[in-house]
Design a protein around this ligand. Structure first.
Ligand SMILES: *[C@@H]1O[C@H](CO)[C@@H](O)[C@H](O)[C@H]1NC(C)=O
Ligand SMILES: *[C@@H]1O[C@H](CO)[C@@H](O)[C@H](O)[C@H]1NC(C)=O
Length: 331
């Protein structure tokens, strides 16, 4: 009698377990590029990469450029991109395609690889958290450490001078709205990345080859000015007032890099996280990032009158649901 009720209870469950095995998904590897002042070995970035690996069942790698924090401030972006390009080309794991996750400034490295890296492995999805895609109008408040004194000194020299462009990484994507002409003449990275002057059709082709472009803006972002740059929005020439939405900028209407083409194909996902710069909850990561790391959408398995989801859509850390990771290291 006892055995009989045991079987009655457990037989349907074992069928479900068996069926759900066939619903397993395959995921491409992903790489993470961290933000300014940060480095791969720091806890936030490590935890972020490990959690996403675990949830998506894919291998995640944080790629360091130079020595990490210092070089993130002082190595010019074309060089950062060239180093990152060589690194991804050497990783045999990425040859079948991979996804890129960029954190703030790291998004610029990710886009640099996507657009400029000749012979690099194919990039499937680009996931951007607080990426300064359309530029930033002021340098993030730094502080009084030795590094910051050096930064202020370099900025005062003139942001679009050759010297500052070669020695201060964020100067490569600063776009002063009242100094657009000097920006176009002197800025050595963002105008090229956004195909603003010499339209290189190769960059556009590579950008539009993405399967998904995921753009996450942080509602309380005080580091990126304006925060709408995370969605490719920006101030108009000569104005410091409200930022235009991406769709009203020339980059979009003239489709310099293919953002409009991607958007019209439904491949640009605009998400808003509720925190400050790079402060993201686990549930936001599950909703905005994890689905793009999994090759096939998780699907439902039906057996008789029971309906369960496959393992990818089951929350593995129910006790930690509202945990938050802060990925921005301030001084
Ligand atoms: C455009 O970019 C490609 C790839 O980097 C390069 O080979 C080509 O020379 C560039 N074309 C122009 C006109 O600059
Ligand atoms: C920006 O505005 C200035 C002043 O009106 C003008 O001289 C300049 O040509 C404009 N630049 C662009 C890129 O539209």
């Amino acid at each position: 009698m006892a055995l009989k009720s045991f079987l009655m209870i457990f037989t349907p469950l074992s069928i479900i377990t068996f069926t759900s095995i066939s619903a397993s998904t395959h995921a491409l590897p992903f790489v993470v590029f961290h933000g300014i002042s940060d480095q791969c070995s720091n806890e936030g970035v490590t935890q972020f990469t490990e959690l996403l690996s675990k949830w998506s069942g894919s291998q995640g790698y944080c790629i360091e450029i130079g020595n990490g924090a210092w070089d993130s401030w002082f190595m010019p972006f074309l060089k950062q991109t060239a180093i990152a390009c060589e690194k991804v080309k050497k990783m045999s794991e990425l040859r079948g395609g991979y996804n890129i996750i960029g954190l703030s400034q790291g998004t610029m490295v990710g886009r640099g690889i996507l657009e400029f890296c000749d012979g690099g492995p194919p990039v499937r999805n680009l996931i951007s958290l607080a990426g300064p895609h359309a530029g930033i109008a002021s340098i993030p408040f730094c502080g009084s450490t030795l590094v910051c004194i050096l930064v202020d000194f370099l900025l005062e020299l003139a942001v679009y001078s050759n010297f500052v462009q070669e020695h201060l990484a964020p100067a490569n994507y600063i776009k002063i709205p009242t100094d657009i002409d000097d920006y176009r003449k002197g800025c050595k990275f963002l105008p090229k990345l956004n195909n603003e002057i010499n339209r290189n059709s190769t960059y556009r082709e590579r950008f539009t080859s993405l399967q998904n472009l995921v753009l996450i803006m942080f509602e309380k972002d005080e580091i990126l000015v304006p925060k709408e740059t995370s969605w490719f929005g920006y101030y108009t020439n000569g104005s410091w007032s409200t930022a235009l939405p991406a769709q009203e900028t020339t980059l979009y209407t003239e489709d310099w890099i293919g953002l409009k083409a991607l958007d019209e194909a439904g491949k640009v996902k605009y998400f808003k996280a509720s925190g400050s710069h790079l402060e993201i909850t686990y549930s936001e990561m599950k909703e905005y990032i994890q689905p793009y790391l999994v090759e096939n959408e998780p699907y439902l398995v039906e057996t008789g009158h029971l309906r369960i989801q496959d393992s990818h859509s089951v929350w593995p850390f129910s006790g930690l649901k509202e945990a938050t990771i802060k990925l921005y290291i301030s001084n």
